[in-house]
Write a protein that binds this ligand. Sequence first.
Ligand SMILES: C[S@@+](CC[C@H](N)C(=O)[O-])C[C@H]1O[C@@H](n2cnc3c(N)ncnc32)[C@H](O)[C@@H]1O
Length: 339
Amino acid sequence: MDFSKEAIVDEMMGFFKAKVITSAFELKLFDAISDTALTLDEVCTRCNIPVNSGKRLLIALTAMGLVNKENNSYLLNQSAKSYLISDSKEWLGWLARHIDSFLYPLWAQTAKAIKEDSDQRKTVFGDTRSWFDILYQNPQDVVDFQEFLGIFARPFIDGMVEEFDFSQYQHFLDIGSGIGSLPVAVAKRFPNLKISICELPQAASYLRDRLMVTEGGENIEVITGNIIEDKLSNNNFDLVHLGWMLHDYSPSIQSKILKNIYDSLPNGATFIASETPLNDDESGPLFTTLLSINMLVSTDGGVESTRQEYLQRFNEAGFVNTRVLSIKGPRTLFVGEKN
Ligand SMILES: C[S@@+](CC[C@H](N)C(=O)[O-])C[C@H]1O[C@@H](n2cnc3c(N)ncnc32)[C@H](O)[C@@H]1O
């Protein structure tokens, strides 16, 4: 790969663009110009910001292409509208708030995290509690985190529901389900399957409320639990899925989670973890390599792993017939069975 100085500077200044976008979300600027073109004064009045600084933000957003300027009026680029306006299902404002409250302050401590090989929650929040205890202390943060993860998960869920055969199972459990997008998609496609979710108590109440108003969610059971601390209380699940959760924890905690799940399952049950693994030679994918640094600065020892590393942890927990299944979309499935 050949680099120019400009390309490196551009990469280094990437955070300028990130902050322009998250600030526009915070100021509700995208909502203000979603359908009707407004003059500078009108935008600034709507957003309750000074004209001088508001103009700089609008000029930057226009240069980035997210806003179009015509005849001295500003209008949202309509191709980006569904991601930027707050009454859209695809709204990325959840992610913007999570970036501003958590990711950006934690990433500011990246060099320190690497020197210390440690998360930076104490430096940033003055708090030594676990990542999810800090993340979930404020109900709005639960909503932000769960909703943007739901958007991230959508392409993987389509692939999993189409390509994995749920029809041969009786009772499916999704551990750490977030907003329950996978169980809801499975419920719609396999109406005879009994479906349960196990979530941390702080996330479960939002999940229950959300399932009640989601088509396909009404009959899904939500149980609260912590799969690091406890085995599952019910051992009738013949199919269990754990999505994008192993990477939130250190390899030793991952092994504990896998052992707890293994011990809870009846013989003949199938277990699946969906993850975004590193390439076998650790050459990428780029997003996964960056996510691994994100796990370092924020979580309890979380780290991205290769396919082999995940399979080895499965084998050590006792699973047999362990294998990797590639499906459409961003995730890879790791599958194991209990004899
Ligand atoms: C990164 S999110 C993944 C959400 C979703 N499964 C997906 O695939 O996109 C991890 C989820 O696991 C839940 N979780 C984390 N630790 C847990 C634990 N010890 N026991 C049960 N759930 C846990 C979190 O509340 C969160 O919803």
